[in-house]
Design a protein around this ligand. Sequence first.
Ligand SMILES: Cc1cc2nc3c(=O)[nH]c(=O)nc-3n(C[C@H](O)[C@H](O)[C@H](O)COP(=O)(O)OP(=O)(O)OC[C@H]3O[C@@H](n4cnc5c(N)ncnc54)[C@H](O)[C@@H]3O)c2cc1C
Ligand code: SF4
Ligand code: SF4
Length: 412
Amino acid sequence: MTQASRFNRILQDGLCIGCGLCQSLLGTDKLRMARGASGDLQPQIRGELSEQDVDLVYATCPGTRCEGIPPAEIEAAPHQDLVWGPYHSLVLGWAADPEVRFEGSTGGVLTALGQFLLHSKRVNFILHVNTPKDEPTFGQPTISTTPAEVLAGAGSRYGPAAPLTGLAEALDRGEPFAVIAKPCDLNAIRNLAHKDSRVNELIRYMLTPVCGGFMPDAAMGRFLKEEGFDPQEVTALRYRGRGCPGPTTIETRGGQRRDYHYLDFWGEDESSWSLPFRCKICPDGIGEGADIAAADTWPKASPDRVASETDPGTNSMIIRTARGMELISAAVRDGFLELGEEVEIPYMDATQPHQVTKKRAVQARYDGMREAGSLAPETIGLRLEKLNAMNAPEENARQKRGAYERAMAAKS
Ligand SMILES: Cc1cc2nc3c(=O)[nH]c(=O)nc-3n(C[C@H](O)[C@H](O)[C@H](O)COP(=O)(O)OP(=O)(O)OC[C@H]3O[C@@H](n4cnc5c(N)ncnc54)[C@H](O)[C@@H]3O)c2cc1C
Ligand code: SF4
Ligand code: SF4
């Protein structure tokens, strides 16, 4: 097998999530993120790949390897839950500044924390994601050095984004910084920490939204066409924020502007979500690599149509590390964050049922993929085998068979 085909196996087996880390590590002469056949962002080979190059990709890519916070931090966490992982505290919160709370995707805590990190000079910049002008349905990696820039990046970008294309460059600056990115992006950074000591030295905080998956470009294209939009004419798209969840707003070159309720955009329940394959087998949508993971708080993960008209937005936060605990206290003390009540695991289960279902199912799906000769992610410390053992054997068999059949079909 050539190194190029070894690399491409990650993509062919559906494991690439388009994070951009491989481009960042190997350089654009060798790999470049571009729209693949599906329309989503994927690395395309531009130059010769050595065995060491591909070894580095396999060791760091979140498609092939997923790890959370380091073992010492797992052990230091006073609570360990089989589904939700290690944590110090589960607590509700929101941005203290009403503008940030309004603009934020849920209650604006990730934006408020990013702003506080800059204001307090704990970090020099934040690597996160905003909206590109030319691809308004996508996300674009960005570096923010001021609270205003962090605010400009508020909101969830559900389309493809490649947040880590600039990670190597960010590390090369040699300055302390924070990353706000999806759980799989943080898994990649945790992998890289084993190869590059600057990760733990310079990345002072890692923050994440709890994540059920991104919206493939093809699904967005279908939605736009069904609603009568020419995708080429769309000049702006805001998925949510400006309320909780706030409208999905689409604007066109011709001056048309339409708002959709979250439920009309996503459908009434999670079964109608269209997800990339990698998200269906995600071992860590709950941000086990983050100091703090922020989530929505709607019962059954679905906003009430009437209540959401006036909901100011409240996040639940999974605080996984001592560093995360200290950050929350300092942000509250300095007026950036307000806290609500502490919550328990049943609250997380009730507001994120899809995360619980997936976490329990993925090991069986990996068994099916491997049986079909496909790659599956190696996971470290994510408790998947234990969760698998708790399931009814028939359910594991059903999940395994589904994944096996999908993997075989993809090969034919
Ligand atoms: C793809 C996706 C799927 C999600 N699925 C769930 C879910 O299943 N359950 C749930 O509770 N919540 C989910 N969310 C998270 C939720 O929408 C909120 O983002 C989260 O509650 C944080 O809210 P906030 O108000 O603190 O965020 P904000 O203050 O608005 O900050 C959001 C931050 O995330 C960054 N960001 C936005 N989009 C991306 C992206 N695509 N990649 C990397 N960074 C990004 C922004 O740059 C910003 O810094 C998802 C978010 C995304 C992007
Ligand atoms: S490192 Fe990221 S972009 Fe590269 S193959 Fe893996 S998931 Fe895809
Ligand atoms: S579901 Fe998992 S793989 Fe998919 S975007 Fe979210 S964190 Fe990444």
